[in-house]
Design a protein around this ligand. Structure first.
Ligand code: AMP
Ligand code: MN
Ligand code: MN
Ligand code: MN
Length: 283
């Protein structure tokens, strides 16, 4: 069934969102979400709280995370759904993936200082709810707070992206590792917001082909990061590669996110929704 208000992509204070897992669950339920997943970046320590909060609101729940991967010299995000949140290899892999963030944040701060923005490391850390997970989003909030930019979109346009001050390239997990952690822990790997990457057609084809070869099964089609035209493009990609389709807002914050929890169009009816293949993992 595609006519289900499933929101399988969002972030809490455990990574770079501004709401607690409990507040997100309440907001999702108020917006009519029927099946929810909290997908914090490289971190699953919010999973038991999120599942309990979902239950208290009568929502169904799938465990979730969004793993940072480096593929063809770009950062790609792989969402994991329905895995065992206590799986030892997954916990270890995610810990290693988070490991480089502290040093990267210090380098980002040094780079911003050269561009005239002082104290960015200390400024960003204040916004990080999880000391192990300092992200570009926390720097973006500091740059807005200090008046350098008027919103986080402007920050990413002027800073923190490739070729701009504050950008530090970083090697994340491999595609093979991320897909393997998720699938060995009983879950499904899903390519997040594919339209966001700047791949050539050949590189994108290689991403989908290698992802499938490693055991990946899903792709986000309806996401807060895609336009209506991109829903159509990636529905086609899902069919071409025989992949299940996912739907998720990528909600981070009431003040910053353009799309609220549960407020996206439904998945197109001809696609196989990821939740159909994950029926026995739904809590
Ligand atoms: P990081 O994992 O530290 O590289 O931070 C990545 C996060 O920054 C993403 O998950 C988004 O929340 C945010 N982000 C990245 N690029 C943009 C952008 N162009 N506009 C707004 N937010 C962005
Ligand atoms: Mn994020
Ligand atoms: Mn992402
Ligand atoms: Mn995300």
């Amino acid at each position: 069934m595609s006519i289900l208000n499933a929101d399988l992509h969002c972030h809490s204070v455990v990574s770079d969102g501004t709401l607690t897992p409990e507040a997100l669950a309440a907001r999702a339920a108020a917006n009519g979400v029927e099946l929810w997943s909290l997908t914090d970046h490289d971190e699953i320590s919010g999973q038991h709280r999120a599942a309990a909060a979902a239950r208290s609101h009568g929502m169904k729940y799938l465990t979730g995370t969004e793993i940072s991967v480096t593929f063809a010299d770009q950062t790609v995000h792989i969402v994991g759904l329905g895995f065992d949140p206590d799986d030892a290899d997954m916990l270890h892999g995610l810990m290693e993936t988070r490991g480089g963030r502290e040093q990267r944040a210090r380098q980002m701060s040094d780079s911003l200082a050269l561009a005239g923005v002082k104290g960015a490391y200390e400024g960003a850390i204040k916004y990080a709810g999880n000391p192990e997970l300092v992200s570009r989003t926390h720097f973006a909030r500091f740059l807005v707070e200090s008046g350098v930019c008027s919103d986080t979109y402007e920050v990413f346009r002027r800073f923190l992206t490739e070729g701009k001050p504050g950008y530090v390239s970083h090697r994340w997990a491999s595609l093979r590792a991320a897909v393997t952690w998720i699938t060995r822990a009983g879950g499904m790997a899903v390519i997040a917001h594919p339209a966001r990457y700047r791949f050539t057609p050949n590189e994108e084809y290689a991403l989908f082909t290698e992802f499938k070869a490693h055991g990946g099964q899903g792709v986000e089609v309806v996401t807060g990061s895609h336009t209506a035209a991109e829903y159509v493009t990636y529905a086609g990609t899902a069919r071409e590669f025989g992949m299940a389709a996912s739907r998720g807002s990528d909600f981070h914050s009431p003040a910053e996110s353009r799309i609220d929890l549960g407020q996206l169009p439904y998945l197109q009816g001809e696609l196989t929704p990821v939740w159909e293949l994950l029926a026995d993992r739904i809590q």
